[in-house]
Design a protein around this ligand. Structure first.
Ligand code: THU
Length: 130
């Protein structure tokens, strides 16, 4: 899939977001190194802190399917300035996906692209635990 198709897929999965408390819907598509796609949307809980972000839903789906090598993550939100992943997701993206490309888009197709290291400079990782 090219980038426009990936953004369309992220828009589609964004429609499945369960966000009755914030009304802020997020769609994510994680692309593996061999070009498979895993989608995710945010799923909110009435116990707000149990909410899971779209990015982590996509990552957990991919990891639980046995995937371990990724190239790109697309995140779609309905805001003028395409929203970046939250801090918790940045940590998880770094740990499980490494320095992948992050493409942010809004519904009008305005995009911004980053490498993960730009979004999480000086990251904490497993090397500190050795
Ligand atoms: N959210 C995501 O899905 N991804 C992010 O990186 C930022 C926040 C969700 C969580 C919650 O359901 C809603 O957006 C508002 O914070």
């Amino acid at each position: 899939m090219n980038e426009l198709e990936l953004i369309e897929l992220a828009k589609m999965v964004r429609n499945r977001a369960f966000a009755p408390f914030s009304n802020f819907k997020v769609g994510a598509v994680l692309v593996t190194s061999d070009n498979k796609t895993y989608t995710g949307c945010n799923i909110e809980s009435a116990s707000y802190g149990l909410t899971v972000c779209a990015e982590r839903v996509a990552i957990w789906k991919a990891l639980s399917d046995g995937e371990n090598s990724f190239s790109k993550l697309i995140v779609v939100t309905d805001v003028e300035n395409p929203a970046p992943p939250c801090g918790a997701c940045r940590q998880i993206i770094w740990e499980f996906c490494g320095n992948i490309s992050i493409v942010l888009s809004n519904l009008n197709g305005k995009t911004k692209s980053f490498k993960m290291k730009e979004l999480l400079p000086n990251p904490f990782g497993k090397e500190f635990l050795e």
